[in-house]
Design a protein around this ligand. Sequence first.
Ligand code: NAD
Length: 557
Amino acid sequence: MSVAELREKSHTDQDPAELPRGVKILHDPVRNKGTAFTEDEREALGLRGLLPARVHSMAEQELRVLANIREKETDLEKYLYLIALQDRNENLYYRVIMNNIEEMMPLIYTPTVGKACQEFQHIFRKPRGMYVSLHDKGRIKELLQNWPHKEARIIVVTDGERILGLGDLGAGGMGIPIGKLSLYTACAGIPPTQCLPIMFDVGTNNEQLLNDPVYNGIERRRARGEEYDALFDEFINAAKEVFPGILIQIEDFGNTNAFRLLNRYRDNTCLFDDDIQGTGGVAVAGLIASLRITGGRLADQKVLFLGAGEAGIGIADVFVAALREEGVPEGEARRHCWFVDSRGLVCAGRDNLAEHKLPYAHEHDYIDNLADAVRTLQPTALLGLSGQPQTFTKEIVEAMAEFNERPIIFALSNPTSKAECTAEQAYTWTEGRAIFASGSPFDPVKLGGQTLVPGQGNNAYIFPAVGLGVIASRSRVVTDEMFLAAAHSLANQVSEVDLQLGRVYPKLSRIRQVSAKIAADVATMAYDKGYTDKPRPDDIFADIHAHMYHPVYPHYV
Ligand code: NAD
């Protein structure tokens, strides 16, 4: 969009007489411009004397913010500074994030957000989003009506049971919906007022939190069974009623609830689970892009997963969908995916296997450890989604390099401290032959005169774009095939330069363009499959662009 078009778009139709005035507009994060209020606006909005004399441009304000952030000593302090900025001036916050996405994403999302969730009750300053708890039973609809932005289009909700790889953080998990929704706006241009983070508080089993006097969730152990389900059902129905057409992303639920809730609501509600489906999309995109380096075919791959939870099974399901698209029958496609969990190889005949693992429990002798499973199965790709750090040992990575010219090794557990191995280890132990990606970012590695750049298999490449495609097309559902379409779209947008550096994802600085293309591909699917009543626009890509928010100040007068 040109500067002139942006300026045009930023003109507000609102009558200045109806705008909040004086300190009220300064305290309204959606409308506040701080020192960038112009002379005319200061006059019209009763701001004379409430601001220092000099009028700054947004670019000058950005410089001040960046300087402030960069002088903070810890990432958590930087996170707090950014949240405070979001609370007082949203447009400036998003400008800073979008213009400096590589520097900012690790602060507003993994790994820093993990630390923020662990400390949530201690760093709590100001509420953001909504809190729905067991105490609200019977009145969730009434409560949701308190949300000031009736135009909400996307909810991200967590119950805090499995935050990143950090376990049960109860109400502290709220940092995740807040962070993910910032990414919806920063990466795919969903307007901030259309984003609603929600904490679904059903208690916590984290004793440390329950014993902490400043913990801000409900003081009880987690509800399960009927009590949990009834509250969640009430929440979903209330959300659909208060915000018609709302897209709901379920996030960081414990894995039994996550699979159950996804299966219960996916066909009748516009709902998806990013940990399962979004992770599936991003990891499969990484595998497809890896094959652009190795020249192999998807159907020739054997993938071994460490960790058979939401993320691992989610990836396998999208991988199987990709193989089916290539004509491989489903049963055979599943045999391309193997799992080792905390008890060893997932195989037929093992006792008490969770339901979501059964489709991948193949006939095979039981193996009790990963190293032996790698040697026996000889996979082409090894994917870590176990939340267990340093489990891809030197022996295991070296074995991968013995029977693969270019072993694919993705250490996807978050945050960084949980990664199955580091980028440096993967490259060093394979003499630079590994195609490596991780969940949290790793710095480039210099090895034998070569610089290798690890890709970050960040779900932010997928979920904001899928969300944009779904809300722009007004699709009634979010389907697995949309995540596969998103995976293909993402893999196709990895440039030759990226691949030469070993990076199987596009540079993060291109994420807005990449997201717009993915969103257009997802929307196209919604129109093609009849998931929407919206008439198909002549130019879907232009329609997607028209939905995208740009962080520019409105001109009030
Ligand atoms: P989950 O709790 O659903 O599953 C974890 C799985 O790991 C379970 O199957 C468990 O049995 C297994 N496990 C635990 N200890 C193990 C051990 N010692 N050896 C082998 N397996 C073990 O969690 P999840 O949602 O699947 O997430 C797992 C990890 O993946 C987390 O660290 C999460 O941050 C990460 N993740 C990364 C991305 C990404 O990079 N894009 C996306 C989603 C999740």
